[in-house]
Design a binder for this molecule. Sequence first.
Ligand code: GLA
Length: 666
Amino acid sequence: MTTKVPWSDGRLCYGGDWNPEQWPPEVWREDVALMRAAGVNLVTVGVFAWSRLEPEPGRHTFDWLDRVLDLLHANGIRAALATPTASPPPWFSLRHPDALPVTADGGRLTHGSRDTYCAAAPAYRDAARSIAEVLAARYAHHPALALWHVHNEYGTTCHCPHTEAAFRRWLTTRYGDLDALNDAWVTSFWSQHYSDWAQVGTPRATQYLANPGQLLDFRRFWSDTLLSAYTEQRDLLRAANPAVQVTTNYVLGDWVPVDHARWAREVDLVAIDHYPSAIGAGAQEQTAFAADLARGWARHAAGRPAPWLLAESAPNQIHTAGRMHTKEPGRMTRHSLAHVARGSAGVMFFQWRAPAGGAERFHSAVVSHAGADTRVFREAADLGAALGRLAGTAPGRVEAGVAIAYDAASGWALRHPGMPRAGLDHPGEAAAAHRALWHAGVTADVVPPGAPLDGCRLLVLPALYLASDATVDWVRRHVHAGGHLLVTWLSGVADEHARVRLGGYPGAYRDLLGVRVEEFHPLADDEHVPLTGGGTGRIWSETVHPAGAETISAYAGGVLDGRPAITRHRIGDAYAWYVSTRPDDGTYRRLLTEAAGLAGVTPTCPGAPEGVEAVRRHDGLLYLLNHTDRPQRVPVTGLDLLTGATADGSLTVPPGGVAVVREEPS
Ligand code: GLA
């Protein structure tokens, strides 16, 4: 990973997905004029253009893309040129029916949407390499080219015979022999012992609960398979011109069979798509979390703070909970700048112009069905101007004293059938810890296990279910170096194969935490247990025996009445906290504020009113995002780069507005 932004002149990237293949050339010219008016400097082209680039096998039609790239270049706009491999043309599927994906219950999908391919099918891989190769040969030195955007949102899955054969090969490499596989998957249970590799398959639909080791390894295998589909394209694009960076856009969610932390080492710039599922206040919490997650991946891969890119976001409406929700004025700008505050090298939208038809005809766009004489276009142009004023600022380095661990595989494993409770959610628990800190005004990093922890004074493990020996070692090194630790329920309960660590939960961290957990008492969705000292616990509770730790809060009522709920274990000058339930938001916020405070971590901008998000960066900038509908006064001294206003002791941030202050000592 090289962690460069696509260019070195200090400008932030600004633009989005542009689909000229959907429009005649006169619209291209209008689009480019509008892009210039909006301050756009980077557009992603060709993502779904395979059938327009290769209408028949081996016959390529590049004239339109030549003209598009030349037009962009003539207008000073750079291209993130995509390889179109997320949507093979109809001829491909007809010719290679064996490359159509098979679902877990054995049904073969047909053409008609996008992503109808199996990433393990040789015909698909050949065709994908071949279209990437011809694009590389033709455009690798085009002056408009700034970045290669491989594929789109890797995340599909398959259970066809090609996949099954590839799974066996992957398992052979991982385990060497069947004894090791049988041991890792605990196949002594339910007569699942394998005596020949030919018996091992993908976890297809089965009669009852599937084997957790098999489920977990299938996800890991598939992440590696998709990764190899990416890296083989990357390598040939790189070979054509090593000066041009290569990346792919991550889609987030624990349904995605991709370990993005592992992938981060293979992309030149971590790039995420972000569409909050929440619509109100929750959207800004989700935005901050996603941005911190991306920054954590980038930093993990680079071994030091590094920029990343918001590759897609919605300029206006999002579709959630069954309908479209329009963003009120200011929200798009504020959320975009929230990503920039937290390290994005720019802001990219999906999409530039709304299509007249097709499946996503009502997805929001900068140029909507109503055209460009709209408040959304005007807001986008204002954002372009604002980003222009931030040129020369250095994305990527954010001051944070807390790190929250996030691990794709733990998220997958908690979803397995047969867990003590349905709905267990590691990403949700990581987000809950992040949200509590966000409301307390404390900036956190979100990092994969093993990431550098320099600067981190408090490490939070939120339902980090899987603990390999390497992960345990990483946690121990942090604690032994004097770092504070806060561990929540179900962390460290299983090893990397999802086998339970015996001797009492949380097996991997018992000694650090000074507790031993004997029994789980999962709670119903609508159940709350009161805690001494105020507040309630949800989702989970358990029988905790202190073994060196002091009780900070106990269960008050029910079968666990009087037993510890939250404990604290002193290790040297630091504390290792154990939280055996999910405290309500207010209680969690107070708890994490105290744990952070004892670790020496204070709010980013003490005195910033509730609802004002503050992010301080190592480049001397303080981003202030006012999520309320009232003007808010913030204690700060310096120059607001967005308005040119100087603040001498305080600055008023308008309702829904943003200030980016170059701070001076007051
Ligand atoms: C993803 C995809 C885009 C589009 C958007 C819609 O991010 O990459 O092609 O489907 O979602 O939100």
